[in-house]
Design a protein around this ligand. Structure first.
Ligand code: PHE
Length: 447
């Protein structure tokens, strides 16, 4: 096999994998789903799922990727030759295809706001006017398609350039900057008049609001924010040298993600309550609320522009990983193939995403199972395909990989205690499959 690309530094991998994880899931999706599901109880269930399922699964994907040093399909083939387990990789590719098709719509919304903020269209509006301007803009078919296309174009150009130069370099500066701006935003939001109600909403669980739908959405959300169940993390860790500690990487990614989720919640909900807005507003929540928070800061629009650039970046680093997993399988590491396939697949994703982009305008009234095209795609990915992929990975690893080999792989670059290893193995082998199946059956009304 030819020399494979590797991450140029330990930090490069962590930042890129964290870049895949931290994105719209933590910043855009978490607040709106939590808002629709009653706040605190959802948050708590989400944390429990992240620790009991997300973390062990992330580590499982890392182990598959680094032990085989191969992409999302070949890695399963290497471990279980002659079997159909590589379909986990195919499922992951399909999921990422659909995921990116609507992810790019939201990416486009960030571009719209960025543009509007730069040309000064957002100066001095009231919070109701922000919601109005935003709603009108995203319902315009030409604008929403142009910005969705722009988002895909950037994704294609970076992925076409290749792993090292494309993804790693850029992740290094932007993530810490985003983090710092978020802290500023939280400080402003929680000091608004009437903000405490929002803090309580997020941090005080009210279990009377919990239904089986809440539980499913919390589980889907924990997979979504960590990018697990779609073999993206298998692909990323396949570029990783043996000197890196997998458990430490997984823990730091989960930790960073939880912090960003908390910061996003603390930036949004206090402001929602302080302004008398509706926490269950759905996908537009963040976009309606944020400009108001920024407008209460000195030099607010400048900070807003900086925030949007970083937010766009966070969304892009996740988008790169979705396209990367598909391209890396299809181009088989051949640089010319990479370029060609990045374009072909990227454009196909854009076309597939058109109905999602139009779901907030001309196709808004067309629904299937009571959902717009956008909502249907999001629901399918987050609540069906990602849990399914995660379930299969949780079954695959303990079944097809030798326990001693797993322990050895996890020991490389780290001193993992035997007890912790056993705990991980137990969570993966028993807790994860049973819990995922139980939640899915619950939603089907079996209990
Ligand atoms: N974790 C990403 C986010 O939160 C979404 C994602 C899911 C990315 C699956 C890659 C694969 O935005």
């Amino acid at each position: 096999m030819s020399q494979r690309e590797q991450w140029s530094s330990k930090l490069g991998f962590i930042l890129a994998a964290a870049g895949s994880a931290i994105g719209l899931g933590a910043i855009w999706k978490f607040p709106y789903i939590a808002g629709q599901n009653g706040g605190g109880a959802f948050f708590l269930i989400f944390i429990v799922f992240t620790l009991l399922l997300g973390l062990p699964l992330l580590l499982a994907e890392f182990t598959i990727g680094r032990s085989t040093q191969d992409h999302a399909i070949a890695s399963y083939r290497k471990i279980a030759p002659g079997t159909k387990w590589y379909w986990i990789g195919i499922l992951g590719m399909v999921t990422c295809f659909i995921l990116l098709s609507f992810y790019s719509v939201i990416g486009g919304w960030i571009i719209i706001y960025l543009f509007k903020a730069i040309i000064g269209d957002l100066n001095g509006l009231s919070s109701a006017q922000y919601a109005d301007v935003f709603g009108t803009t995203i319902s315009n078919p030409t604008i929403s398609l142009i910005v969705q296309f722009l988002f895909m174009l950037i994704t294609i150009l970076v992925v076409a350039k290749g792993v090292q130069k494309g993804i790693e370099q850029a992740s290094k500066i932007m993530m810490p900057a985003l983090f710092i701006l978020f802290i500023l935003l939280v400080v402003r939001a929680v000091t608004l008049d009437g903000a405490m109600e929002g803090v309580t909403f997020l941090l005080q669980p009210d279990f009377s609001k919990v239904t089986s739908k809440t539980i499913l959405e919390a589980m889907g959300q924990s997979f979504f924010t960590l990018s697990v169940g779609v073999s993206v993390m298998v692909t990323y860790s396949s570029y990783l040298p043996k000197s890196q500690s997998l458990p430490r990487s997984a823990i730091s990614i989960v930790g960073m993600n939880l912090v960003i989720v908390l910061l996003a919640g603390l930036a949004i909900f206090p402001a929602v309550f302080a302004m008398g807005l509706e926490p269950g507003a759905g996908p537009v929540l963040l976009f309606n609320v944020l400009p108001t928070v920024f407008s209460h800061l000195p030099f607010g629009m400048l900070f807003f522009i900086a925030f949007l650039i970083l937010f766009l970046f966070a969304a892009l680093t996740s988008a790169f990983s979705m396209l990367e997993i598909i391209v890396s399988v299809i181009s088989k590491g051949n640089p010319n193939g990479r370029k060609k396939w990045s374009w072909i697949i990227g454009l196909a994703i854009f076309v597939f995403g058109i109905p999602s982009a139009l779901s907030y305008g001309v196709l808004g009234d067309i629904t299937l199972f009571g959902k717009t095209f956008f909502d249907l795609m999001d629901y399918t990915v987050s609540n069906i395909l990602m849990p399914l992929g995660s379930l299969l990975i949780a079954i695959f690893v303990p079944l097809k990989m030798k326990k001693t080999a797993l322990y050895e792989e996890l020991q490389k670059g780290s001193k993992l205690k035997k007890g912790l290893f056993e705990a991980w193995f137990f969570l993966l082998r028993y807790v994860a499959p049973l819990l995922i199946i139980a939640v899915m059956l619950d939603v089907l009304g079996v209990w």
